[in-house]
Design a protein around this ligand. Sequence first.
Ligand SMILES: [Zn+2]
Length: 343
Amino acid sequence: MKLSAIAAIFGITVSAALTAETFPVTQGKVYKFEKVGEGIYYATGGTGSNNVVIVNDQDVVLVDDGTTPATARALLQDMRLITSKPVRTVVNTHFHYDHTDGNSVFGPEVQIIAHEYLRNAILNFDVLHREPFKTAQSALPGQIESLRKQVAEEKDATKKAALDKQLRDTEAVREQMKEVKPVPPNVTYSSRMTLHKGSREIQLLFLGRGHTGGDTFVYLPKEKIVCTGDEEEGARIAYMGDAFFDEWIATLEELKKLDFTLALGGHGTPFRDKGIITAFQSYLRDIVDQVSRLRKQGVSADEAAKRVDLRAHAKDFSQIQAPGAEIRGVRRIYAWLDEREKR
Ligand SMILES: [Zn+2]
């Protein structure tokens, strides 16, 4: 499996766009912190989600906590480089394992806050035996096998060393996944909630279903910064296996109405231009249209995933390099259309 495919599963950013804005950086052992505002850091480089560290007068609010307890511990360790204040609050943007499976490292004194849908999902969806966790876990042995082969065959010393590091990192993730224990949030809300942390105002907003049935936008009105989770990943196509497509497009319209100048996605790189949101809405419309047509023709979901052609969107989303789309997303479009027809 290619690095890009592994990266897609674990949400690792392989390369930032050349045009990406640069922010002051503090580099920890595992996580890199980009200072995007006063006391606000975009944390990348661990296993799973990109996280946002919001340092307030007395304490820290953390947005998402990665795929494994090990990566969450590494994050807390590295955070000592930027603050000595304790994490008192974690916000989970949505239930996917790569944003929530660090939850188990926090004690009961820490508030883990999310939309009520998310608590129900973690308690009742059997998340370790369904997508997207299933593929992430079951793909690991194959990835390790393929990396081993590549390391053995590579002649160039620099490339060999890089592949070897990748191999060791992937093996470490496999071990760390064994420790995963999904922990639901201990505080939930249904439409909005505001945290007043000293002089900082942090709004948790549910703007409608989309990437999942219960995603939270974390909005800092004074700083005009919004954390978008996987509802909106900028120049990156989000996973669609749990999506509600028409509502997703509408929710993104609500997102565009927020007064922000910087958006921090659950994966990808920070962005400012709302035009990329419109581009993603257009991608969503197009994939749903194409898949619906193929479904009407009696084509199977797995075959449709090969046949759809979204290259018209490649100028906005560089990961689109060939016809076809991620199979779990296309299967979800079929299931979602079935659900709609039954209504
Ligand atoms: Zn997700």
